[in-house]
Design a protein around this ligand. Sequence first.
Ligand code: FAD
Length: 331
Amino acid sequence: MSIFLYLVEHDRGRIDETTLGGITGARTLAESLGAELHAVVMGAGAASAADGLDAYGAEQVHLVSHPLLTDYGPDAWGESLFQLAGSVGASAVIATGTDRGNEVMAQVGARADLAMVANCLAIEPDGDDWLMTRVRWGGSLHERARLSAPVKLVTLAPHSTEAAATGQPAAGTVAEFTPELDESHTVTMVVDRVTVSEGITLATAPVVVSGGRGVGSAEAFDIIEELAGLLGGAVGCSRVVTNNGWKNHKFQVGQTGTVVAPDLYVACGISGAIQHWVGMMNAKNVLAINIDRDAPMVTKADWAVIADLHQVVPAISAEITRRRTLAAESG
Ligand SMILES: Cc1cc2nc3c(=O)[nH]c(=O)nc-3n(C[C@H](O)[C@H](O)[C@H](O)COP(=O)(O)OP(=O)(O)OC[C@H]3O[C@@H](n4cnc5c(N)ncnc54)[C@H](O)[C@@H]3O)c2cc1C
């Protein structure tokens, strides 16, 4: 049976939903092509990351260890994955199309002298080839491509598959692998880790309350922050907001910002330009608050309130607070 390797991304053993979505997509692909899915974990905390991958369909988990793999380095990680793929005779190597996933897979491609296809949304076999639809230009273009390489190297578009454990856990046997690495594989290495923000991050928050030009000023973002806080969510914004200096770029959602896929995206005073839309189009529910009923964000949203956000947003916050106070008093 052919073997598909999936590179698991984790932070000191903690795996996020994007990666679990990726392994779910890789499992679906492996099942449809009659292949066996193996997971690959490396770096500090790899052993803890290996736990539970059987529930996502990994028949085998390759625990790749070496002193040069403790912290991330694209050369060392790419070389290790390349060696492992050769050692197990993998017919496909898959990762999620994050910055890191694409970087490691590009390293594997260069070492194997094979093409690597990034950010695939859909893959279907055509004889020995794969026909794929891939995301280009930040999501504003879907490209069809044919991959004929003998070993398929691909990354899956982040959030293209929702994380789902399999009903019947796979074997999940852990096998250790020690790659041969030397100083030549340490050209680029992570040398320090700085926590920029604690708790909920924009990329993983279940709720994102985002403001655009309609918010009007940096000070007026107080009402956006209040609602996000009440909903246990993160604050986002459009590029106009970052260009105006109302918010730092780390809050920007979109093609040149962060890609989000929350359960709920509240777009306040955001028109819904394509470059913004591609950053949040995988949100499960979208609520638009806008004075223009014809704004693209309004026409595509699941719900819309056509009114001034400066009245609507504080009113929502006040209602949430009122109901919570009542609930606390009554019980
Ligand atoms: C290469 C490139 C990359 C880009 N990348 C990004 C990106 O990553 N993210 C991004 O966001 N943009 C990006 N942009 C910019 C994008 O094209 C839009 O210009 C931007 O998203 C518009 O921001 P906005 O919706 O806040 O502003 P506008 O388009 O000006 O919309 C403001 C909206 O607020 C509404 N409004 C006004 N007042 C109120 C009020 N009081 N109450 C309620 N609603 C109100 C208006 O009806 C309107 O719909 C990029 C552009 C380019 C060319």
